[in-house]
Ligand binder design. Structure first.
Ligand code: SUG
Length: 438
């Protein structure tokens, strides 16, 4: 068995980070709609989280922000003329579309793709499928540019297979790794991949949108060549309480599955299927958080499960990197205190400040795409996106010089802002040695 690392590719928060209120079913996005954001602080917070994890001995990568505003989207909607004319006309007649074209939502890279490490796949390559994100317009525009980024970063065809997004139809609705968990004995060992879906293809549901279909999950498992898979249905109760992705109510790492009592439609069946698939590979360690200790509303408000669950060098138990909001909410804080003082698989909690992203429904786990990679795979990917302290300093320097510290959705009407965003991104790409994406 080869040794492998979990490399977290965080999304670098873009200069147009704003509270657009674009995501129905995501309570933070709706509740903070129209507020003034601080893109500079947002990006610095994200980069500090990456720095903190490097300090703990983790391998840390980054994905650049996508080009915003997306003029192609505005042109598809019939706007034409100079860039400034397009922005001005869209601001007057289609302000919601303009917000979509400006959305910095690619920062939530848990939604960028679904990833299967080479230890799990038939052809022994690491497979990535870009998510089509077809449910929300502002996210549905991401996939072509995301695929371009992944192709540049995972450019070696002998080791990596980058698949484009599934067809853009509600039956194939796919939100990537946010609805996918990989469990294993150690990162380099064969794993069991859990795909969580909210509805079947063709099924219409009442209430908040279910953004992942079983057909999408099955299609990805087939094209990645996976043998050990489990498909589980997310509970309707969780979706209606605001868990628009499964990673809002569960997170897994190695042999441990940390989840809320209401995460799955059928918890026993989900755990039994995982155990069956894991037979001979590892003993599943479920850590279920009962609703009586942490009501689902608290779990979602505090984002307890939207945490990174990490095997850190030198630690014999897993570490949960949770948002500050988990510490500030009574029930989740005391659950965490009690959990780490016991002798279960999770031994420590670190609280990270990602408040700017949290106000749009994105916690520490949303901000990262986990890519389990062997040493050879790490050496073969684009090196410019693998971070050290110095590169983080350089990125922060660009952010301090080029990002605004105040942005209201109405500011998007200013044509000058489009130039600012473009220049900021060009500078970031230069630091990452990814000018080809400009
Ligand atoms: O898709 N928020 C994102 C948050 C994604 C979180 N990702 C995971 N849970 N993995 C979403 O709902 C808000 C944008 C706005 O309203 O401006 C937004 O898109």
């Amino acid at each position: 068995m080869t040794s492998a690392h979990e490399v977290n590719f965080d999304g670098l928060i873009g200069p147009s980070h704003n509270y657009g209120g674009l995501s129905d079913g995501n309570l933070a996005s709706s509740n903070n709609a129209g507020d003034v954001s601080n893109p500079r602080e947002a990006a610095l917070q994200g980069l500090e989280k990456m720095r903190m994890l490097i300090g703990h001995g983790m391998v840390q990568g980054v994905l650049p922000p996508l080009p915003r505003p997306n003029f192609d989207l505005l042109v598809s909607a019939g706007f034409h003329g100079s860039d400034a004319q397009i922005i001005e006309a869209a601001a007057k007649t289609a302000p919601r579309l303009l917000k979509a074209a400006y959305s910095a939502s690619s920062m939530w890279t848990a939604n960028a793709a679904t990833v299967s490490p080479s230890a799990d796949t038939e052809d022994g390559r690491l497979h990535l499928t870009t998510a089509n994100l077809s449910t929300m317009l502002h996210r549905a525009q991401e996939h072509p540019d995301t695929t371009a980024s992944l192709v540049s970063i995972f450019a070696n065809d002998e080791m990596f297979a980058v698949h484009g997004a599934l067809p853009m139809h509600p039956d194939f609705a796919d939100e990537g790794a946010a609805n996918h968990v990989r469990l294993c004995a150690s990162h380099g060992a064969p794993g069991v991949e859990l795909f969580v879906y909210g509805r079947d293809a063709g099924e219409s549901t009442l209430g908040f949108p279910a953004r992942q279909t079983r057909l999408a999950s099955e299609s990805i498992a087939r094209s990645h060549g996976l043998e050990r898979v489990v498909f589980a249905r997310q509970s309707r109760a969780a979706i209606d309480a605001g868990a628009f992705h499964n990673d809002v109510v569960s997170v897994g790492a190695l042999d441990t599955m940390f989840f809320h009592e209401l995460a799955f439609e059928d918890t026993d069946e989900t755990l039994n299927s995982l155990r069956r698939r894991a037979e001979g590979l590892f003993d599943l360690k479920p850590v279920m958080v009962p609703a009586k200790d942490v009501p689902i509303e608290d779990a979602i408000k505090a984002y307890l499960f939207n945490s990174q669950l990490l095997a850190m060098p030198g630690k014999d138990r897993l570490v949960l990197v949770a948002p500050m909001e988990t510490q500030e909410t009574e029930s989740t804080r005391s659950f965490c205190e009690q959990m780490v003082s016991g002798n279960g698989p999770i031994g420590d909690v670190i609280y990270a400040d990602v408040r700017q992203s949290m106000r749009n429904g994105g916690g520490p786990a949303c901000l990262r795409l986990r890519v389990v990679m062997t040493e050879d795979e790490i050496d073969s990917c684009h090196q410019g996106v693998l971070l050290d302290d110095e590169t983080i300093d350089d990125l922060q320097d660009v952010v301090r010089r080029t990002y605004r510290d105040r942005l209201s959705p109405t500011d998007l009407a200013d044509p000058e802002f489009a130039n600012e965003c473009c220049l900021a991104r060009e500078e970031l790409l230069k630091v990452l040695d990814l000018e080809e994406l400009a």
